[in-house]
Design a binder for this molecule. Structure first.
Ligand SMILES: Nc1nc2c(c(=O)[nH]1)N[C@H]1C(S)=C(S)[C@@H](COP(=O)(O)OP(=O)(O)OC[C@H]3O[C@@H](n4cnc5c(=O)[nH]c(N)nc54)[C@H](O)[C@@H]3O)O[C@H]1N2
Ligand SMILES: Nc1nc2c(c(=O)[nH]1)N[C@H]1C(S)=C(S)[C@@H](COP(=O)(O)OP(=O)(O)OC[C@H]3O[C@@H](n4cnc5c(=O)[nH]c(N)nc54)[C@H](O)[C@@H]3O)O[C@H]1N2
Ligand code: SF4
Ligand SMILES: [Mo]
Length: 750
C-alpha cells in the first residue's frame, strides 16, 4: 500500500518570542538521571517560548549536570511534526491504489472511536483479544503512573506487555525472589564505594540505569581520587571502560558463567563474609554446592577471561571496604539475564555489601511505593502465554511473544492493541514480524504525539502534552537514585489550548470505556459501583493532589515534606545519602533471604555443560555475535527528530573488529548486508579495535525510513533498526525477557 501524507498541522514555533523573560526550575525526564534544569522562558501563555535550558547548580542530586538531550526538550516542545490534536487514519482509494491520510478529529470523536473500537473486539472475541503495550516513557511521566491503571485495569485483559521485558525484567524477578518486592533493587552507593564492578552497563553514555546517577563521570572520578577502583566488563571498550582502571572484554552472553566463577571463588578461597545480613540468609551451603562446577578454570574458555583474573577480581571485591557488583542492560537482555542478576546479588550479599554504606542499598524516597503498598510485590508464572507458554510477571507477559499472540489463530488471539508511549516496532525483538502483525489488527489506538514506525498502524492517535507542559514529581526514579531527594517541578510553559495531559486522557478513557462495557461486566454490583466512584474521584484529582495526599500519609508534615515546601524548593530537598534499611525491613516483616530460589536451583545444573565445555569451532567460522550500544545524543527510538541530536557523522554504524573486517574483506565505511534468522539490513561498517573480535555492534532505535512515518528530521537520518535482526525466539531462559545480546548474524554481501 502506498502511503501519502496529506495530514498538515500548524507549525508551532516560527515567531520570535517577545516580552519579559522568566526563570523556571524543572527537571529533564528523558533518561533515568532526572537532572535538575533551569529554563529561561520568554513571553506569556501558550505563546511562551523556551529560550535557554541549563543545568541547575542548586540541585542536590544533579548538581548542575546536564547532557545534550536536555536542550532537545525545547525542540520537542516546538516540533512541527508533533501531533497536537487527535487524528484518525483514513484510507482512500485513488487511481494509484490506496492512500493513507491522517484526519484531525475532536477529542470527543476520538474518545468515542477508541472506546467503540476496543469494546467491539472485546464483545466479539473476549477481553484477552485486546492487548496493551506500555513503553518506556510511562515510567518517566508521572501522570501515567498515577492514572494509567484506571484505564488499563478496565480492559480486564491478560494480554499486557511493556518495555520492561525488553529491558530489566530479570532485575524485578530477582528482587522479588530475594527481597520480597519487585522494586526492592539495591542501588550502588557510588559516592562512598571503594570498588565498583560494572557489567553490561555504560553509564557514561546512558547516564545510568537502575541507578539514577546524574554526573556519573564526576562520581567515578571521585571514586578513583579516594583510592577506589572501577572495573568494567563489556565486549566493547565503552566510554565507561575507557575511564576505568580495568576493562575485561568478555564474550557476549557468557557473563553468567563468569559470575558463577566469582561466586565459586568466594567459597573456594574462603572469602565470604555476609556481615549484618548473615543471620537472615538461608541456603548458603546449597549455593556453594550449586556453583561447584563453575570454577574460573572451567569457565574461562567460554567467557574469554582467564582464571587468574577472575580469582583476583573476587579477592579484590571481598577485600575492599565497601564494594559492589552492578549489572545492567547487557547482562539483563541475554539468555541468562535472571541468572546474571541473581549472581550479582549473591556476590554482593556474600561479600557483605548489600545494605551497607559503600555497597548497594535500598533508597528512602519521600514517597516510598513499597512501604506505602502502592505497588504490589510482584508474582511470577501465575499464568502463561497462550502460544508459547511464556511466564507472566506482575500481570504482564514478555513482549517477545506479542507478535505470535497476534499472528496465531485460535481462541484468545490478539486482535486489538493499545500502545501507550511506546514504539515496539523499533524497540522489541523481531520488529519486522510485529509490524506485519500490527497491519492485520482489527483495531489499534496509540497514545503518543508522533506518527512513527509503530503509531502509523493505529486507527486513532491520541496525543498528550509534552514534558515541559506539565508538572512532575518522579514517582519511580527517586526510588533508584544514588542520593535521597524529593523534588517537585511545575510546568515550564502553558500547554496549547485544548491539549490534554496523559493523565486526563486515561481518566476520560477509563470512564467512557467502563460505561460502554457495563453490560459485559460480571461481578457484584457493589464492586462495580465502587469502581465508578473511584474513577469519578480520580478524574478530579490531578497528580499533584495525589502527591500532596501521599506525602501527608507518609508523615510529610512531621518531616517537613509537604507539597507547599516542595513548591518553595523547585531545585529539590536533600534527604541525605543512602542508609541501611533492608535488614530492619526484612526483620520487621519476618522475612528471610532464600539465597537459592527454586527457579535458580533448577536452572544451574542445566548450565554446567554449555558453560564448562570449551567451544569447538569444527564447522568453519561461527556466526558473528551482535550486541547493541547507546550514544549520549540518542534516547531510545524517539528523539531523532531533533536536528541538534542527529547532526554530524551518522551514528547508526556497524562496529567491527579489524580481524573480522579482514576476514570478511570489508573496508571501513563500506556498506554491508547483515543478516540474521529474522531479517537483513544494509549498514555501513565502522572498523574499530574497541570491540571484541567476533562481535559486532549496532545501536538501537533507528530505522525511520518506513513509509508513512511523519518525523522529517528523523527520516533524513534514518539508519536501520537492529530489531529487524534480533529474534523473538531468543529470550532469557527463565523470565523470557528479550535477549538482545549475542544474536547470531552473518555478513551476506559486502
Ligand atoms: N543516551 C541515552 N541514554 C539512555 C538511553 C538511550 O537510549 N540513550 N536509554 C535509557 C534506557 S531506557 C535504559 S534501560 C538505560 C540503559 O543503560 P545501560 O544499561 O547503561 O545501557 P547501555 O549503554 O546500552 O549499556 C549496555 C552495555 O552492555 C554491553 N553488552 C552487550 N552485551 C553484553 C554482554 O553479553 N555482556 C556484557 N558484560 N556486556 C554486554 C554493551 O556493549 C553496552 O556497553 O539507558 C537509558 N539512558
Ligand atoms: N536491540 C535493542 N532493543 C532495545 C534496547 C536495546 O538496548 N537494544 N533497549 C530496550 C529498552 S532498555 C527500552 S526501555 C525499550 C524502549 O522501548 P519503547 O518504550 O517501546 O520505545 P521508545 O523509543 O522509548 O518510544 C517511546 C514512545 O513514547 C512516545 N512518548 C514520549 N514521551 C511521551 C509521553 O510523555 N507520553 C506519551 N503518551 N508518549 C510519549 C514517543 O513518541 C515514542 O513513540 O527499547 C528496548 N529495545
Ligand atoms: S542526563 Fe541528559 S537526558 Fe538524562 S536527565 Fe540529564 S539532561 Fe536529561
Ligand atoms: Mo530501558
Amino acid at each position: 500500500m502506498s502511503q501519502a501524507t496529506t495530514h498538515a498541522h500548524t507549525a508551532h514555533a516560527a515567531a520570535a518570542p517577545t516580552g519579559p523573560v522568566h526563570t523556571r526550575h524543572g527537571v529533564c525526564n528523558l533518561c533515568e538521571a532526572i537532572c535538575g534544569l533551569t529554563f529561561q522562558v520568554q513571553g506569556e501563555g501558550a505563546q511562551a517560548r523556551i529560550i535557554s535550558v541549563k543545568g541547575n547548580e542548586a540541585d542536590p542530586l544533579s548538581r548542575g549536570h546536564i547532557c545534550p538531550k536536555a536542550v532537545a526538550l525545547k525542540d520537542l516542545h516546538e516540533d512541527p511534526d508533533r501531533l497536537r490534536q487527535p487524528v484518525k487514519r483514513v484510507v482512500e482509494h485513488g487511481p494509484n491504489g490506496p492512500v493513507t491520510r491522517w484526519q484531525t478529529i475532536t477529542w470527543d470523536e476520538a474518545f468515542d472511536a477508541v472506546v467503540e473500537g476496543l469494546a467491539r473486539v472485546r464483545e466479539r472475541h473476549g477481553a484477552n483479544a485486546v492487548a496493551v503495550y506500555q513503553g518506556n516513557p510511562n515510567v518517566h511521566n508521572w501522570g501515567n503512573v498515577t492514572h494509567g491503571h484506571l484505564f488499563f485495569s478496565q480492559l480486564k485483559t491478560r494480554a499486557r506487555f511493556s518495555a520492561t521485558s525488553a529491558d530489566q525484567l530479570p532485575h524485578h524477578v530477582v528482587a522479588h525472589w530475594l527481597y520480597g518486592h519487585q522494586l526492592a533493587i539495591p542501588i550502588p552507593d557510588i559516592d562512598h564505594t571503594q570498588y565498583m564492578l560494572v557489567l553490561g552497563g555504560n553509564p557514561l553514555a546512558s547516564n545510568g540505569s537502575l541507578m539514577t546517577v546524574p554526573d556519573v563521570r564526576a562520581r567515578f572520578k571521585a571514586l578513583k581520587a579516594r583510592g577506589g577502583k572501577l572495573v568494567v566488563v563489556d565486549p566493547r571498550r565503552t566510554e565507561t571502560a575507557a575511564i576505568a582502571d580495568e576493562h575485561l572484554a568478555i564474550d557476549p552472553g557468557s557473563d553468567a558463567a563468569w559470575l558463577l566463577g566469582l561466586i565459586h571463588t568466594l567459597f573456594d578461597e574462603d572469602l565470604t563474609q555476609p556481615g549484618t545480613l548473615a543471620p537472615l540468609l538461608d541456603q548458603v551451603g546449597a549455593v556453594r554446592e550449586a556453583v561447584a562446577p563453575f570454577s574460573p578454570e572451567a569457565t574461562a574458555a567460554v567467557t574469554g577471561i582467564d582464571a587468574a583474573t577472575t580469582r583476583r577480581i573476587a579477592r579484590e571485591l571481598a577485600a575492599a571496604p565497601g564494594a559492589l557488583a552492578y549489572g545492567r542492560m547487557g547482562v539483563s537482555t541475554q539468555a541468562h539475564g535472571v541468572v546474571c542478576q541473581w549472581a550479582i546479588q549473591v556476590i554482593n550479599l556474600l561479600t557483605g555489601n548489600v545494605d551497607r554504606e559503600g555497597g548497594a542499598l535500598l533508597t528512602s524516597p519521600a514517597l516510598n511505593l513499597i512501604q506505602m503498598k502502592l505497588m504490589g510485590p510482584g508474582h511470577f508464572d501465575a499464568w502463561r502465554s497462550r502460544v508459547r507458554g511464556a511466564p507472566e510477571f506482575g500481570g504482564e507477559l514478555p513482549v517477545s511473544v506479542l507478535a505470535e499472540e497476534m499472528l496465531t489463530p485460535g481462541r484468545g488471539q490478539v486482535r486489538a492493541l493499545v500502545t501507550a508511549a511506546g514504539n515496539p516496532v523499533l524497540s522489541t525483538p523481531n520488529g519486522g514480524q510485529l509490524e506485519r502483525a500490527l497491519s492485520q489488527l482489527d483495531f489499534m489506538v496509540s497514545i503518543d504525539f508522533y506518527v512513527n514506525e509503530t503509531t502509523r498502524h493505529a486507527d486513532v492517535i491520541l496525543p498528550p502534552t509534552c514534558f515541559v507542559e506539565h508538572d512532575h514529581y518522579d514517582l519511580v526514579f527517586l526510588h533508584l537514585a544514588v542520593r535521597n531527594v524529593a523534588r517537585y517541578s511545575e510546568a515550564i510553559v502553558e500547554r496549547s489550548p485544548g491539549a490534554l495531559h496523559d493523565w486526563e486522557i486515561y481518566s476520560e478513557l477509563a470512564t467512557r470505556y467502563a460505561r460502554r462495557v457495563w453490560a459485559l461486566e460480571r461481578g457484584g454490583l457493589k464492586a462495580r459501583l465502587t469502581g465508578m466512584l473511584t474513577r469519578g474521584l480520580m478524574k478530579r484529582l490531578p497528580p499533584h493532589r495525589l502527591l500532596a495526599i501521599g506525602l501527608n500519609r507518609a508523615g510529610g508534615k512531621q518531616r517537613g515534606l509537604t507539597l507547599a515546601r516542595l513548591r518553595a524548593h523547585p531545585e529539590g530537598i536533600d534527604l541525605g545519602p543512602l542508609k541501611p534499611s533492608l535488614g530492619q525491613a526484612l526483620t520487621a516483616r519476618n522475612k528471610r533471604i532464600n539465597l537459592l530460589p527454586a527457579g535458580i536451583r533448577r536452572e544451574l545444573p542445566q548450565l554446567v555443560a554449555p558453560f564448562t565445555d570449551a567451544p569447538s569451532h569444527t564447522s568453519g567460522q561461527p556466526p558473528l555475535k551482535l550486541i547493541g550500544r547507546r550514544d549520549v545524543r540518542s534516547n531510545n527510538s524517539w528523539m531523532h527528530n531533533s536536528e541538534r541530536l542527529v547532526s554530524g557523522k551518522p551514528r547508526c554504524t556497524l562496529w567491527m573488529h579489524p580481524d573480522d573486517a579482514q576476514r570478511h574483506a570489508v573496508a571501513d565505511g563500506q556498506t554491508v548486508t547483515l543478516a540474521s534468522r529474522t531479517g537483513r539490513v544494509r549498514v555501513p561498517v565502522q572498523v574499530t579495535a574497541d570491540i571484541r573480535a567476533g562481535v559486532v555492534s549496532l545501536p538501537h532505535g533507528w530505522g525511520h525510513d518506513r513509509a508513512g512515518v511523519q518525523m522529517q528530521v528523523a527520516q533524513a537520518h534514518a539508519g536501520v533498526s537492529i530489531n529487524d535482526l534480533t529474534d523473538d525466539r531468543l529470550t532469557d531462559r527463565i523470565s523470557a525477557n528479550a535477549a538482545f545480546s549475542a544474536v547470531p548474524v552473518w555478513i551476506e554481501a559486502a
